[in-house]
Design a protein around this ligand. Structure first.
Ligand code: IVH
Length: 667
């Protein structure tokens, strides 16, 4: 009987491995996700019944491991070197000259040119045909063990048809599409977004929970096979051998007969880089012959036989039409460049921050100038300089304002800060900014009280402070007769204002907009000090004892609570019924830790946003789109296509009641 089951398990593994290879390495989709999951679930079932038959190379073991407490150090027997950089044709030619003289005029030098994938390098060891361990580059000599995380990458084979030991090196990366999707989800969950795909790959590889890693779509291009046992004579053969063993290599490499062909390849890909679904930041140029590589050897940290050609940061030039000075909710005045719209790295840019007056002065930026825009290491476009050759002769220096563009009060610049501030406490622009923040989704979440309505209500004199929001009903008749507002919309607004009183303490603390208190910090503070009284009475030292609370935050809090008008405002808000104490019964509930949820259809007792908040505060993840990695679909009434999709993916579907039970730990 066991023999039969053993054979069945082996056959399932073979089938799944083959599908994995076709899908993740060759990018051929052979079967539907449903069929794939059915096979995997069948295998899981057999292995659960017969744990003695589980092997480390089983496809079920890609996500099966426990939390990694610490990352063990792994010594790289062959150091993982970095590459010298070149930035121009001249520098590439100089590299070629150095190679030639290093080989003492040897006749033929061929180069293999590969795309330089912008990810994180990793080293993976195989022994007796099985994936043995994997490590990060670390400092090049000692890396950190990340075997369980590397196993989750489905384009990496767990078993190979080669019993001799070898090491594979490659670049772990995330495709642009997957990176954007991950950031969207992080945004929806109130988590910090990753600046670029490289950071998101690095962050993911260092996660302590391989189950979390498995949910994030990492991929790899391998570029190097090291072995004392396998006879490989060139880099080209090296790549072919990797391919033959079932590894994924980047197909866009070329063998060049001379340095001019190398330069052409670099030029071609500098232009074509945007057509790829992943990011590259250059080209790696490698001497093809391994015996030549060995003769050239290495200096300090990089080999003499290879170099990288780095692309220039993507840059465009556009006209700066106007500089507007914006008043933030803290009173800080920020210059913003209004630009002639232009596409840069896939998105249309029409505005960019100029940070502060000093920055404008330093770069000598003027209106009507043609400015150079770059997207650097992060997603925010930067004005990096002016194209002075295009400046018109009648151009004049930009005037730095001395008065607030909104309330016309005198601006001040404090000693240690570069920003200009409007210190008028009743400046309408600041009041509007504060109210917009207060009512926003992440704060008091008052539906129907968006930017346009706040601006109008402040201009009409209905709103001056947070507390006024809770007195708006005094103006019921007037509001209902305002143009564009029906009875119903005002009634709805009153309803959502009333509902906002149930927002938890940490949301209220975030909403009142104390300097440096973001959503995450507010949560940390209310976990440590569960009432406003405790928070108000806390000393700088007590505040700094809290994880991640530093001097700026603690000083800002103490300053805030030392001002009478702030204390009066809090008292007023307490009187209106807002929460200034954390509901302790709920705060430690982490029932949904590590689980991901999609909510669909209408729920009867709570809104989608409330469900989202509950999921997040209980340690779960709120995800907007369904995938086979989603743990639960909470299906309300009239749940549409997501229901079918969940069935196909094999995602567990639960009702609102079951969701509540899960939250309250009663199932
Ligand atoms: S070869 C000594 N090939 O670039 C040989 N590296 O600055 C070094 N990289 O640490 C590696 N794509 O993270 C090589 N096709 C490729 C690469 C590549 C990306 C990264 C790798 C390395 C860094 C060197």
């Amino acid at each position: 009987m066991n023999k039969h089951i053993y054979e069945k398990i082996e056959q399932l593994r073979k089938e799944i491995n083959n599908l994995n290879y076709r899908y993740y390495v060759l990018a051929e989709s052979k079967v539907s996700d449903y069929e794939y999951d059915t096979l995997l679930n069948e295998l899981i079932k057999y292995e659960t019944e017969h744990p003695e038959l589980v092997t480390p190379d089983s496809p079920t073991q890609r996500v099966g491991s426990d939390l990694t407490k610490t990352f063990n150090p792994i010594v790289h027997k062959v150091p993982m070197l970095s590459l010298s950089n070149t930035y121009s044709e001249e520098e590439i030619k100089a590299f070629d000259e150095r190679v030639k003289s290093g080989l003492e005029g040897e006749e033929k030098i061929k180069y293999v040119v590969e795309l330089k994938i912008d990810g994180v390098s990793s080293s993976i060891h195989y022994k007796n045909g099985l994936l043995h361990n994997a490590a990060t580059r670390g400092d090049g000599k000692i890396g950190e063990e990340i075997t369980n995380n590397i196993r989750t990458i489905r384009s990496i084979p767990l078993r190979v048809e080669e019993t001799k030991s070898f090491e594979v090196r490659g670049e772990v990366f995330m495709s642009l599409k997957d990176f954007e999707k991950l950031n969207e989800e992080r945004k929806a969950n109130g988590e910090k977004i990753f600046a670029n795909p490289r950071n998101s790959s690095a962050g993911t590889l260092k996660l302590q929970n391989p189950k979390e890693v498995a949910k994030r779509p990492l991929d790899i291009f391998t570029y190097y096979l090291l072995s004392d046992n396998l006879k490989i004579e060139t880099q080209e053969e090296n790549l072919e051998k990797l391919k033959q063993l079932g590894f994924k290599i980047n197909p866009n490499y070329e063998l060049c007969e001379n340095i001019d062909e190398v330069i052409n390849f670099c030029r071609k890909w500098e232009i074509k880089r945007d057509t790829l679904p992943y990011e590259i930041d250059g080209v790696v140029i490698k001497v093809n012959s391994i015996s030549q590589q060995n003769r050239l050897g290495s200096i300090a940290k990089s080999p003499r036989w290879a170099t990288s050609f780095k692309f220039k940061a993507k840059q465009v030039i556009t006209q700066l039409k106007k500089v507007t000075w914006q008043v933030g909710r803290t009173g800080a005045i920020t210059p913003v460049a209004e630009l002639e719209p232009i596409v840069l790295a896939g998105s249309v840019i029409s505005r960019a921050t100029l940070h502060n007056a000093d920055e404008i002065e330093r770069k000598d930026i003027r209106e009507n100038d043609f400015v150079k825009l770059e997207k650097g290491g992060d997603v925010i476009p930067k004005v990096v300089g002016v194209d002075f050759s295009k400046r018109s002769i009648d151009s004049v220096k930009l005037l730095i304002p001395t008065l607030c563009p909104n309330c016309k009060s005198e601006l001040v610049k404090s000693e240690n800060e570069v920003a200009l501030y409007c210190v008028n406490k009743v400046c309408p622009a600041q009041i509007k900014g504060k109210l917009i923040h207060f009512a926003s989704r992440g704060a008091m979440d008052i539906e129907g009280l968006g930017e346009a309505i706040i601006n109008l209500f402040v201009d009409k004199g209905y709103l001056k402070s947070f507390a006024d929001i809770y007195n708006l009903s005094k103006f019921e008749d007037e509001l209902k007769s305002l143009e564009g507002f029906g009875e119903k919309s005002i009634d709805n607004l009153f309803d959502s204002i009333e509902k906002s009183k149930a927002q938890p303490f940490h949301k209220v603390l975030f909403a009142i907009g104390i300097r440096y208190i973001g959503a995450g910090v507010a949560r940390k503070l209310t976990n440590a000090f569960n009432t406003i009284k405790k928070l108000k009475d806390a000393t700088v030292e007590e505040l700094e004892d809290v994880d991640e609370i530093g001097p700026s935050i603690s000083r800002s809090l103490v300053q805030y609570f030392s001002e009478d008008e702030n204390i009066m405002l809090i008292d007023e808000l307490i009187n209106k019924g807002l929460n200034f104490a954390e509901d302790i019964s709920n705060s430690k509930n982490q029932n949904l830790n590590g689980l991901s949820f999609v909510v669909t259809g209408s729920l009867s007792n709570i809104t989608r946003d409330e469900a989202k908040e509950k999921i997040i505060s209980s340690g779960g993840k709120f995800v907007s789109s369904l995938s086979k990695k989603t743990d639960y679909l909470v299906a309300g009434e009239n749940a549409g296509s997501k229901l079918e999709k969940a069935k196909t993916f094999g995602v567990k579907i639960i009702s609102e009641e079951e969701f509540n039970n899960l939250l309250n730990n009663t199932i």
